[in-house]
Each structure stands twice: as structure tokens, then as C-alpha cells.
Design a protein. Structure first.
Length: 134
């Protein structure tokens, strides 16, 4: 014989139990006290948050690209300025070489100061003196 058949049937509730059950009311669950964003079960909120993050990344990328373009323009301007200064420097070096040339200096010395070219090399020998000097 099965064990389920051996158990007695449950009797209908007594009238006192019925009255007590009628006086009971349904109480709603209190709100959850979990900490955090509570994004579970809210795919719309997650999607909006993802879109905002993606937009911020895009704005950062555009800003970074703009900064790189500006730096490239500044670099090109500096390279052009450096080339200009190098060209001026080369011109000044040529002018220095032209102005410091021996034939030009000799000509200026003869014209302005009346100097004449040396006839030869003259070595001077100082005489010895008795005071200990040369």
C-alpha cells in the first residue's frame, strides 16, 4: 500500500480559521535597500549610459585630432622660420667672408690709412740691457 493513501484527508477549515484569513491583508514588499545604480533589468538605461560614454569618447577623439592638427601647423611654421633663419645665416657668413678677405683689407689699408705693402720680413733683435730685462 502506498504511503500517500495512508494519510487522512485534510478536513475543511473551521469557521474560526476562515474569519482569521479574511482579516489578513496583502502587504507589499518594502523597497530594496541595495546600494548601487540598480541597472539590472533596465536595458534602456544601460543603452543610454553606453551612448553617453561613446559620445564622450568621440568628442575626446575629435579634440585630440584638432590639437594634433594645430601642433602640425605650428611645427610647419617653425620649420619655415628655421629655414629662413638658416638662409639669412648663410648670407651673413658669405658677407663676413667677403669683408674679411686679405685683398680687400690690404686695399682699404692703402686707400684709407696710406699704408704701403711690406718689402720683406724684418726680424728685430732686442739688445740686452744690464737691468735683467731683454
Amino acid at each position: 500500500m502506498p504511503a500517500a493513501a495512508a494519510q487522512p484527508r485534510r478536513a475543511t477549515p473551521r469557521p474560526a480559521d476562515r474569519e482569521r484569513r479574511k482579516s489578513l491583508r496583502l502587504v507589499e514588499r518594502p523597497p530594496s535597500r541595495r546600494r548601487g545604480f540598480g541597472l539590472r533589468g533596465r536595458p534602456g538605461t544601460v543603452l543610454v549610459l553606453f551612448a553617453v560614454c561613446l559620445a564622450l569618447l568621440a568628442v575626446g577623439r575629435v579634440t585630440l585630432s584638432f590639437a594634433v592638427v594645430q601642433k602640425n601647423l605650428q611645427t610647419e611654421a617653425l620649420v619655415g622660420q628655421q629655414r629662413s633663419v638658416a638662409a639669412d645665416n648663410a648670407k651673413l657668413e658669405q658677407e663676413i667672408a667677403r669683408l674679411s678677405a686679405s685683398p680687400r683689407i690690404r686695399q682699404l689699408a692703402m686707400e684709407r690709412y696710406g699704408l704701403v705693402p711690406a718689402q720683406g720680413v724684418v726680424y728685430l733683435n732686442p739688445e740686452k740691457t744690464g737691468d735683467g730685462g731683454p
